[in-house]
Design a protein around this ligand. Structure first.
Ligand code: MD3
Ligand code: FE
Length: 227
C-alpha cells in the first residue's frame, strides 16, 4: 500500500485497492462522453513499451488523405485491422499496406485497459478489433472530423493520451460552430459513446515542449470496434 505523509491510509475493504490510488469517478462531458483523468497512469510505461513493439513491426507513417494532403500525425496500429487513408479513401484494412502483412496483434495491456474503462462507463462487452496509434510531433494537429468508418456506432471509442499535453477540440454533431477546448495529459483516458459518438473532434497543433516519458512526442491510442 502506498503511503502519503499526513494522510490516513485507509484500505478499500471491498476491492482491496489502496483508496489513495483508486481511480476517481470520471468527469461527464456529455450524455455519452467521459473523461477519466490519469486512468492509464499505472500502465503508462507498459503502453509505451507496447507502442515500441507494435511500431517495430508496423512502422509509423504519415498517410495521404483522399484529397492528396499528407497528415501531420504519423500513424500505425494493431489488432485484427486498422484504419488507413490514401488517395482511394478512408477505410479499415486487414493488412498493413506498408508491410503487406497482418497488423501486429493487440498487446494485452492495451486490450485490458480499453475493456476495463468501457465497462466502467456503461459499455460492457466492448472488444476492440482496432487500436489506431497516432504520433504527434510539435506542430502536428488533427482537423475537426467525425469517426464514422465503423459499422456499428453503438460501440464507443476509447482514447488514451500519452506524452506531451495537447488541446482536444470538441465540437457538435454537425460541422460548424466553435469547438470546446479540453487539455489532455499523459495518462488521461476519454470515452465517447451513445449520443456523443458522432461528435466532431480534433487536436489543436501540439505545442513544442519536452516531457520525461516521450521527449517531444505525443501519442494517442484509439480503441474501436470496426466490424
Ligand atoms: C470523439 N484522434 O484518431 S482522440 C482519431 O488525439 C482521433 O489523436 C485524436 O480523433 C487524437 O480519430 C483524438 C479522442 C477522440 C477519439 C475518438 C472520438 C474523440 C472522439 C470519436 C467520437 C467522438
Ligand atoms: Fe477521431
Amino acid at each position: 500500500m502506498g503511503s502519503v505523509k499526513g494522510v490516513p491510509q485507509v484500505p478499500d475493504l471491498f476491492t482491496g485497492q489502496d483508496v489513495l490510488n483508486a481511480p476517481g469517478e470520471p468527469e461527464k462531458l456529455g450524455p455519452g462522453a467521459f473523461l477519466f483523468r490519469q486512468y492509464a497512469q499505472p500502465v503508462v510505461e507498459d503502453l509505451l513499451e507496447a507502442i515500441r513493439v507494435v511500431s517495430s513491426v508496423s512502422p509509423f507513417r504519415r498517410m495521404m488523405t483522399p484529397g492528396g494532403r499528407r497528415m501531420s500525425a504519423a500513424m500505425t496500429g494493431c489488432g485484427e485491422r486498422c484504419w488507413v487513408t490514401d488517395r482511394r479513401g478512408y477505410r479499415y484494412a486487414d493488412t498493413d499496406p506498408e508491410t503487406g502483412k497482418a497488423w501486429p496483434s493487440m498487446p494485452s495491456v492495451m486490450a485490458s485497459l480499453a475493456r476495463d474503462v468501457s465497462a466502467r462507463a456503461g459499455f460492457p462487452g466492448f472488444e476492440p478489433d482496432v487500436c489506431l496509434i497516432n504520433r504527434y510531433e510539435p506542430g502536428a494537429r488533427m482537423g475537426l472530423h467525425q469517426d464514422r468508418d465503423e459499422e456499428d456506432f453503438r460501440w464507443p471509442v476509447v482514447s488514451v493520451s500519452l506524452g506531451l499535453p495537447a488541446v482536444f477540440l470538441w465540437g457538435g454533431l454537425k460541422r460548424g460552430g466553435s469547438p470546446a477546448r479540453l487539455r489532455l495529459e499523459h495518462g488521461d483516458v476519454l470515452l465517447w459513446g451513445g449520443e456523443d459518438r458522432l461528435r466532431y473532434h480534433g487536436i489543436a497543433p501540439v505545442p513544442d515542449d519536452r516531457c520525461e516519458a516521450t521527449g517531444h512526442l505525443r501519442y494517442n491510442l484509439t480503441f474501436r470496434r470496426a466490424r
